[in-house]
Design a binder for this molecule. Structure first.
Ligand code: AMP
Ligand code: ZN
Length: 134
């Protein structure tokens, strides 16, 4: 997609520090890492959301994520990770090309768990479940 930063990174029109590459996916260091080793994984084709990925892209994407985690475990001696996607503007997505964050976690990093990212009044669990399953 024209004017997309991560499409340009995927096409090597903009430099990045590549950690792993396949035909469908690219992993590179985040330019403003939250912790040492913070890596982004993107599909090479422009996709806005994780739910837009084709099945072959999903498989490749997850293989790359797993591979990068194992590399970081080994090379940086990392034990723990926070993994995830800010998918959509209310979730804080700032670049519209899907990117999966692999964030190594360290004993001294003062961060929280995934439970600390939202604070929303609880809804009735049964009602929500009915909506999803209907
Ligand atoms: P998000 O808030 O989930 O949209 O994350 C966007 C991420 O992209 C941030 O962590 C940025 O530091 C990162 N980022 C922005 N520009 C670049 C770039 N040129 N190379 C690597 N990472 C980038
Ligand atoms: Zn793009």
């Amino acid at each position: 997609m024209k004017d997309c930063l991560f499409c340009k990174i995927a096409k090597k029109e903009i430099k990045s520090m590549i950690v792993k590459e396949t035909n469908l996916s690219l992993a590179f260091l985040d330019i403003k890492p939250l912790t040492p080793g913070h890596t982004l994984v993107i599909p090479k084709r422009h996709r806005n959301s994780f739910s837009d990925l084709k099945n072959d892209e999903v498989l490749d994407f997850y293989k790359v994520i797993k591979n990068v985690m194992n590399t970081l475990r080994k090379k940086l001696k990392v034990e723990s990770f926070t993994l995830g996607v800010n998918d959509g503007k209310h979730a804080g997505q700032t670049i519209s090309h899907l990117h999966f964050h692999i964030i190594p976690r360290y004993p001294e990093d003062k961060g929280g768990s995934i439970h600390s990212i939202v604070n929303f009044p609880p809804e009735n669990l049964e009602e929500i479940y009915d909506k999803i399953k209907k």
